[in-house]
Design a protein around this ligand. Sequence first.
Ligand code: KIV
Ligand code: ZN
Length: 525
Amino acid sequence: MTTNELRPIKIFDTTLRDGEQSPGASMNLNEKLEIAQALAGLGVDVIEAGFPIASPGDFEAVREVSRNIRGTTICGLARCNPADIDRAWEALKLAERPRIHVFLATSAIHREFKLRMTREEIIQRAVEGVKRAARYCDDIEFSPEDAARTEHDFLCQVVEAAIEAGATTVNIPDTVGYAVPVHMGQTIDMLRNRVPNIDRAVISVHCHDDLGLAVANSLAAVEHGAGQIECTINGIGERAGNCSLEEVVMAIRTRSDYYRCYTNVNTQRLVPTSRLVVSVTGMQVQRNKAIVGRNAFAHEAGIHQDGMLKERTTYEIMRPEDVGFTQTDLVLGKHSGRAALNERAKTLGFQLTGEQLQTVFEEFKKLADKKKEIYDGDIVALIEQRLHQAIEEEWSLVLFEAQCGSGRTPSAKLTLRRGDRDYTAEVTAGDGPIDAAFCAVEKIINKRLSCKGFEARSATVGRDALGEVTMEIEHSGITCRGRGASTDTVEAAVMAILNAVNRIEAETRRSATPSPALPVEQLAP
Ligand code: KIV
Ligand code: ZN
């Protein structure tokens, strides 16, 4: 079957906007740029890079993505008011293909309790917003927020008015994840049958996963004529998340016989992009996650393995290499060179700069002295640690010693460097060596830290595997994630604490910069 016979479906990625709204998933500018680059390489049609009026950081991210990323549409979110729309355009104006996405809630519950506006006022505001945005560029998306719970007659009126005002895409959000597939399909049919100018716009869907139905609802919408799906890598997003990009793309590809559609996504980049998002956000995907989970292609039952050996299609509907899993896991060793490491890094989804490669290579050599076989997981851990250090490092680790054991009070001795001075603290207290190290860090930096999250996992198999630790640490209302990797898990934890502390210091400096006043209406959609 050729793509000529199939209908194209646009993939609108909102990892950097709705995805970033996941608790604990906030990203800094460099991380957002790196993800945007990966999304462009993946072949998505639209990258929603942020909500420019929400914060100076969001504005800067949309502006830099617009300035640097080519070959795809860059979108910025705005509420239906002049300040938001003007700010969105300010951030987007350097984009090769800019899109302004304006939204306004339409359901009775939102009209009555959140906006306190009548139906007529909503239509008027939507029309004014779309018209204002259309003065800046010709690619305008309009979203009636909570469309899935909006009365059908009113939804048709709003959609018709928005298209008349200049919207080129109308997005139907299931903001609270309430829809079920049949309902979603009927809503799209209803709009196609009842909105007279619907053919002048692309119908899009934006489904949240509160009932675990975001992918199914998006596919139902496609089945009934939607032409765009809004989704995120690994399905991250507000609450239970959004429609997962990798799942919906592979469903459309694997069942093109049924959906008669295709996307422009280069599916071999799915696993590397998923890994990058895990690495940046610290949000792991579960082992059995469809498409990108570690076990997604692992056959355990003997009867399945036997079938696979005879003919892989007996138990496999997709090939692991089609989504970007590599055939082999055992890779490099002590004698491998920089070029081999760089090649492997690229296969795993990382584009390292010369400087990054140099540091990762030095760490790689140290690790190769400690363990004979270096697996993909080890390389990913080393790279992630390096990428996470890509901020101004106020404090660095000079020395760490810990003592612990059954029935004894743990102790930790730490020397940290700031500028050209070293500071040492020794603490005998706490629940264990990590707690004691925490106390020593607090003593040196003279700040109270609270640990909001602590995850430890092994990067690969074997007793000599790298231990990876992720910490979420809060100080004075600022919460940052830190990451560390070492064959000594306690040392990895100390590295993670320091990494988070350095991010908190950078964030504190950044938030001291004055930001423009925001309108009073609530920000998060
Ligand atoms: O969930 C939602 O309604 C949104 C809109 C801004 C599209 O994220
Ligand atoms: Zn959303």
